[in-house]
Design a protein around this ligand. Sequence first.
Ligand code: NAD
Ligand code: LMR
Ligand code: MN
Length: 554
Amino acid sequence: MNYTPEQILANPFLNKGAAFTKEERNELGLNGLVPPAVLTLDQQVKRTYAQYQTKVNDLEKRLYLMDIFNTNTVLFYKLFSEHVAEFMPVVYDPTIADTIENYSALYLQPQNATYLSIDDQDNMEAAIMNSANGRDIRLIVVTDAEGILGIGDWGTQGVDIAVGKLMVYTAAAGIDPSQVLPVVLDAGTNNKALLDDDLYLGNRHERVYGDKYHAFVDKFVEIVERRFPNLYLHFEDFGRSNAAEILNRYKDKITTFNDDIQGTGIIVLAGLLGALNISKQKMTDQVYLSFGAGTAGAGITSRIYEEFIQEGMSPEEAKKHFYMVDKQGLLFDDMTDLTPEQKPFARSRSEFSNPDSLTNLEAVVKEIHPTILVGTSTVPGTFTESIVKEMAAHTERPIIFPLSNPTKLAEAKAEDLIKWTDGKALVATGIPAADVDYNGVTYQIGQANNALVYPGLGLGTIASTAKLLSDSMISAAAHSLGGIVNTDAPGAAVLPPVTKLDAFSQTVALAVAKQAVADGLNKEEIKDVEKAVADMKWVPEYQPLNNITVNKEG
Ligand SMILES: NC(=O)c1ccc[n+]([C@@H]2O[C@H](COP(=O)([O-])OP(=O)(O)OC[C@H]3O[C@@H](n4cnc5c(N)ncnc54)[C@H](O)[C@@H]3O)[C@@H](O)[C@H]2O)c1
Ligand SMILES: O=C(O)C[C@H](O)C(=O)O
Ligand SMILES: [Mn+2]
């Protein structure tokens, strides 16, 4: 490729800032365009981390990091890799919710994202190819932003979730950042505040549904599959009425993944396996209650149900262990507004003496005595003290996962759950939670966020050249996280800590890639799975700028 010196400095994949060597400055025409001293990457990391620490809040910190991301990819990921646990809540959830809500107001730079509009489909292919800019794209995170975390519909502004999820892929699993593309499908928005905001950067009309919407998604998938034949296509934060339908449409045809349905299912299963290791109980003895049976809630339930079947239980027996509560209360099979994903788990009224009173979580908990309660309702504070105490009265180690994100939407705080149950609850939260000191024990709180597994899952799938993401690969991912935590230590977490994210992403990747090869799903021959995974790993180090020619003056 042919560049001017200014283009090299403006390209975050090429720019090294003050770390360009004397030779590079001579060859690339950079003399005088950067300050005279030559710094090392480590010095740049030291400087930027010191600057980072002067920022007064997480939003300011994120904006500063994004500045580095926009100017120097290697520096950004080197810095991130040295502070993974500290940066995760800043780069990703929960701070990312603030940047999504304020995206149009904060906008400075597209951050290599691709913006696709339902109103401009003739230019879709050109838009994708323009942003790929000749790069070999292996991974796309796409959102239509109808269901961003629990904060709802954010239209084009939701693009930040695609950017953020991809940053975690690279920081956690070493996915090459030059091989990824964040994409937003702008099909309109039903967010009135955005439609009324004169600075809003997206399409100013209501969200399109139905055939026209699906034709838009189909067209996008057709283009990216044709243009990038080795693609892993990750769907994020689609609305409840579209997410599962899109997954079902494509999962047996292309290498694709829905993070909210499948990723969340994996991390919750891994968390439950961890919790049951601590309590020394069996999965098939548990009574499972899903509170907020939407995209994530139903995706998780289905994964746990599959685990019951895998452990040898019959479908009829297994179904008896599952209950769903949504806005209507306990879901019954005579309700006319059930989603296709809720239907298999809806109960019959004839099972209960008082079915018409089971219209809220408290009544249901009293009636069914769940041993596992998972919240994906987006309604904060709904796991109340009286509900939690009622649950704890009927099971020795209640497993309680309030998973709604961001922080302000969580069904309960970890600290309260530990206190209300006198230290008995086995807890995981969606966002990071501080240790809880209670009665002389320090309880570590696992983070059941799909970010703990989707990077490894993606790396393993891509490295194995799998043509599909199969159920057995998904199950292998969930089971691979067991054994990392010492579950006998007092107050042990149900999941491994985010500080080890890079290490266990490799564990997940290896398990997934092995399963893909065992199932014969690999498109290319793979003799050594470990090597295939290791070879995929990108590390943040400056490389010589080969294959670059420069137009320089004089
Ligand atoms: N920790 C994680 O990894 C993770 C992953 C995915 C989603 N989530 C969180 O889960 C939440 C839900 O996400 P989603 O994508 O499933 O959204 P969704 O809109 O598909 O599902 C939310 C469900 O909650 C139900 N609900 C709303 N109000 C309720 C109430 N008062 N009582 C009971 N149910 C109620 C809705 O009807 C819907 O079925 C979000 O906050 C999201 O951040 C967390
Ligand atoms: O983005 C997250 O933090 C997890 C999850 O995908 C969500 O939608 O909440
Ligand atoms: Mn999500």
